[in-house]
Design a protein around this ligand. Structure first.
Ligand code: HEC
Length: 249
């Protein structure tokens, strides 16, 4: 076989493998994606509502502390109330026993399972991962998260589904242990927004992008300052260059 033929075959096999991975993840528009983009506060707050009312029954967002919610526009009183609605384990006390208390703003976001083994036992061995950094842990994270949330459907007849698995065309391999987490109208958004699956997927994605990169806006602001600085510096150099060369002409 010639080298070209081998290369062509390898390429073909490569394409074949990619096709088995499922369709490409559609690109979405995100307010934070532009060079100086920012997070939309309303999306962030709605995203928190989705995480706390739906995803938190299986996933934790361990890097989030309740007090961090002040950074996305919740007031100090709201943060206190959000934390106070949760119970956390604390201790040991003087008798060496663990005890439950209401959560405080400095507590980390709750964990739905006592440990990884308990979670795996509940899902046939699969593990609902910590969502804190998920938006950064997958290629095209935000687009992928949105696609995953909206990618459930009936399996094609050619696919043999494993036990306890759900067909999702955007999950590598097409079969995921997570049941479809969103359904239209599943949350009552406090700001009155209609809770469609698409809307909730976007909001939860924006929120998880923020937990993965809370300093994104600072980074963008710094970028703007650096560019302004370079513009001014360039102007300055042009003036100096003209002055220096004027005497040499
Ligand atoms: C009923 C429990 C349950 C709920 C509710 C749930 N998940 Fe999951 N999730 C799982 C399990 C189990 C897995 C592991 C799936 C696997 O490995 O097959 C998972 C996996 C994931 C993954 C990882 C996918 C990957 O590429 O590895 C993401 C992201 C995710 N869930 C996001 C969410 C979001 C966002 C919500 C809320 C809207 C949510 N989940 C609600 C159980 C749940």
């Amino acid at each position: 076989m010639t080298r070209a033929a081998i290369l062509a075959l390898a390429l073909f096999a490569g394409f074949g493998a990619q096709a088995a991975e499922g369709p490409a993840v559609p690109a979405q528009k995100w307010s934070f994606k532009a060079p100086f983009g920012v997070y939309d506060r309303a999306e962030l707050q709605r995203g928190y509502q989705v995480v706390s009312e739906i995803c938190a029954s299986c996933h934790t967002v361990s890097l989030l502390r309740y007090r961090n919610l002040a950074e996305i526009g919740f007031s100090a009183a709201e943060v206190k109330a959000i934390a106070a609605a949760e119970k956390v384990q604390d201790g040991p006390n003087d008798k060496g026993e663990m005890f439950e208390r209401t959560a405080l703003p400095h507590d980390p976001f709750k964990k739905p399972f006592a440990n990884e083994q308990a979670a795996r036992a509940a899902f046939n061995g699969a593990y609902p991962p910590d969502l804190s950094l998920m938006a950064k842990a997958r290629p095209n994270g935000p687009d992928y998260l949105h696609a995953l949330m909206t990618g459930y459907g009936d399996a094609p007849s050619s696919v043999k589904m494993g036990e306890g698995l759900h067909y999702n065309k955007f999950f590598p391999g097409g079969q995921i242990a997570m049941p479809p987490p969103l359904a239209d109208g599943q949350v009552n958004y406090t700001d009155g927004t209609k809770a469609t699956v698409d809307r909730m997927s976007r909001d939860v994605t924006v929120f998880l992008m923020w937990t993965a990169e809370p300093r994104l806006e600072d980074r963008h602001r710094l970028g703007l300052k650096v560019i302004l600085f370079l513009v001014v510096l360039t102007g300055f150099f042009i003036v100096v260059k003209r002055k220096v060369w004027a005497s040499l002409h």
